[in-house]
Design a protein around this ligand. Structure first.
Ligand SMILES: [Zn+2]
Length: 168
């Protein structure tokens, strides 16, 4: 299904590349892991599940930057080897149509709403959150582990937001 009012924002390539460099330097907060089960390790850069046998880097990522009441840093994976950044930014990623929760934030990084899918399509949930004019972006997270998966921004509101300068 094509999206209309929003764009998918995968993790910036610079962040994935930095994580790969840092893990190779032996940093304590970056771990190199070989995936042993399917659908356990979502790569935030290509927005696909890493396959068993593939290696991923596990590291902390500040989805909501420090200096805000809702600041949040949590663990994410990226493929340890170079992968292609998700480019179908007008389409919701097929690998993450289930098991996600949707959190709406305003321009000041305050959470203003959160919804589960409850049987809806993800596009419907996102469109519903964007009906609130205060919603600047929606973060899609794992409903079980809580980990940040990717960001969705409103089309037409892309410029001027701090996260867009890096992510888009
Ligand atoms: Zn990847």
């Amino acid at each position: 299904m094509k999206t209309s009012n929003f764009r998918i924002v995968p993790l910036a390539t610079e962040i994935a590349e930095a994580a790969r460099r840092v893990v190779n330097a032996g940093s304590a907060d970056h771990a190199l892991i070989t995936v042993d089960s399917p659908r356990s390790s979502p790569c935030r850069h290509c927005l696909q599940w890493a396959q068993p046998g593939e290696r991923v880097v596990l590291f902390p990522y500040a989805a909501i930057p420090s200096g805000n009441p809702y600041s949040e840093t949590g663990p994410i994976f990226v493929h340890a080897n170079e992968c292609r950044r998700y480019s179908a930014i007008n389409e919701y990623p097929v690998d993450f149509r289930n098991g996600r929760v949707f959190r709406a934030y305003d321009l000041s990084y305050n959470i203003i709403d959160a919804q589960l899918m409850n049987g809806s399509e993800p596009e419907v949930v996102i469109e519903s959150l964007l009906q609130n004019p205060d919603t600047a972006f929606v973060d899609v997270r794992s409903v079980t582990y809580g980990c940040f998966t990717f960001r969705v921004v409103r089309v037409g509101h892309a410029s001027g937001l701090p996260f867009d300068r890096v992510a888009l």
